[in-house]
Design a binder for this molecule. Structure first.
Ligand code: LLP
Length: 463
């Protein structure tokens, strides 16, 4: 296909329109290791490779759009989290970020536990051999059927989310002749997002039972009374894409205060606390996430200090990172279809996927970066918006990013850090076929979730 430059595309910082971008990077061909999976690099021909495989041959073999997941990076991140917390704590991977049988097997092999929040995730976990006792079952409205299955197979814990659920789980467990290990999810009045946290008035949401007004203490009282439940601890989750530990600090302090109240009232020291997930990753070069060992150290110190102050034995800590494990390990590969420069604005680059494979930009105004990966280019930077092929003007994958001005139909571009909440939130909008997930490692690529087909669409349509 032809490669022609687009002189009408806006280029220079002094004439750029307003947007979410900083100045063009000094070298558009450079791949920032912060946002790319560990084995990603450019080969001598300028083609980007992952696990030793070039994106040009991967696109030929698996088609586009497709997610390519660096298996060795995924495993290394699992190990880094497990090692950072050591044997005194438990790491539960949050399956909602992305779950498949292969992922479950890798988690199992690398010693992680798994947090599931639906019957579908539970089925996937069990089918791939995750021992039930290593599974935590979440959700604010678990069905009776889901609860019955979770209790019957013997999940390690069910996280209770409401007063009704305390009774529901207890009854089901008793009817099955079991005593189910449970935690109570509390709302600590802290909401943290990215670099900020707010420590007041965030009880206004559907999850958990508020610490405020003694609600959580009442939930503990009721749970302790029920024979079908073994209350093992308190759970809190304060938000997503968090970089600042201050929110966790306030949350841990409030949870420990509840543990102290429980001890004073019931003479019971609950043995576990779970601080949830939400640890941030780098989507663009502007983000600076912390390493797992920093996070582990900070969280452990906070809990230990608060427990010492309250005269409590330090409970066993667990965490539930999803994004921080799988997010950075994958990128989405697209083929450019059209390049449309808009004078004085930006160049619209249309790719063969879109909001059906990455809804996060449309839904959360999420920021991503993008690179030309099938070749290098010395052309000038061109302010671009990467858009999909859906019938919707909000179908944006990357809002503002610089691509080389000689970008042309047929080029391959890739969006890094799409391992979390992209395939798992993918849709069939416009009857799009959800892309495959291809695991790449040591020169080998294999499909772990296959591409949807038109037959799949028609099979569901039984009218
Ligand atoms: N634990 C609980 C109880 C959660 O609710 C969540 C996420 C996690 C752990 C994992 O959080 P992570 O470490 O992955 O941030 N779809 C949104 C994220 C929603 C997260 C919901 N709960 C996104 O694409 O950003």
């Amino acid at each position: 296909m032809s490669r022609s430059a687009h002189p009408a595309g806006p280029r220079h910082a002094d004439v750029l329109p307003e947007g979410h971008y900083s100045a063009p990077p000094a070298d558009l061909n450079r791949l920032d290791p912060k946002v790319w999976a560990r084995t990603v690099e450019r080969n001598a021909q300028g083609v980007v490779t992952v696990g030793g495989r070039g994106v040009d041959e991967l696109a030929e073999e698996f088609g586009t759009p497709a997610y390519f997941l660096d298996e060795s990076d995924f495993r290394a991140r699992c190990r880094a989290w497990a090692d950072a917390f050591g044997s005194d704590a438990d790491v539960f991977y949050a399956g909602k970020a992305f779950l498949s049988r292969a992922i479950v097997r890798w988690l199992k092999e690398e010693g992680l536990n798994l947090d599931v929040c639906s019957g579908g995730e539970l089925t996937t976990a069990l089918d791939a051999g995750m021992p039930a006792e290593r599974i935590a079952f979440h959700g604010n409205n678990k069905s009776e059927d889901e609860i019955r299955r979770a209790v019957s197979v013997g999940v390690g814990r069910i996280v209770l989310d409401s007063f009704q659920e305390i009774v529901r789980v207890a009854h089901i467990a008793e009817s099955l002749g079991k005593r189910q290990r449970v935690q109570i999810r509390v709302t600590v009045g802290v909401e943290a997002h990215t670099h900020e946290f707010i420590a007041t008035a965030h009880e206004d949401q559907k999850f958990g039972i508020a610490l405020a007004g003694g609600q959580a203490a009442e939930a503990v009282r009721r749970a302790l009374r029920l024979d079908g439940l073994e209350l093992i601890g308190i759970h809190s989750h304060i938000g997503s894409q968090i970089f600042d530990m201050a929110g966790f600090e306030v949350s841990a302090r409030r949870v420990v205060q509840l543990l102290a109240e429980v001890r004073d009232e019931h003479g019971v020291e609950l043995p576990e606390i779970d601080l949830g997930g939400g640890l941030g990753i780098a989507y663009t070069s502007d983000d600076d996430p912390r390493e797992p060992h920093h996070i582990a150290k900070a969280l452990t110190e906070i809990v230990t200090r608060e427990c010492e102050a309250a005269g409590l034995r330090t409970p066993r800590i667990s965490v539930e990172p999803g994004r921080a494990i799988v997010g950075p390990t994958a990128f989405t590969l697209y083929r450019v279809g059209t390049v449309k420069p808009l004078e004085g604005l930006r160049t619209y680059v249309s790719v063969d996927g879109g909001m059906s494979d990455n809804i996060r930009t449309a839904l959360y105004d999420a920021e991503y970066s993008v690179s030309l990966v099938s070749r290098t280019s010395d052309a000038e930077p061109m302010l671009s918006r990467v858009v999909g092929k859906h019938c919707e003007s909000g179908d944006i994958v990357v809002k503002d990013a610089f691509l080389p001005s000689d970008l042309a139909p047929g080029d391959l571009i890739a969006v890094p850090a799409t391992g979390a909440y992209c395939r798992s939130m993918a849709s069939n909008y416009n009857h799009a076929l959800r892309p495959p997930v291809v695991a790449v490692s040591d020169g080998e690529a294999r499909v772990i979730v296959r591409r949807e087909t038109e037959e799949d669409l028609l099979r569901l349509d039984v009218g």
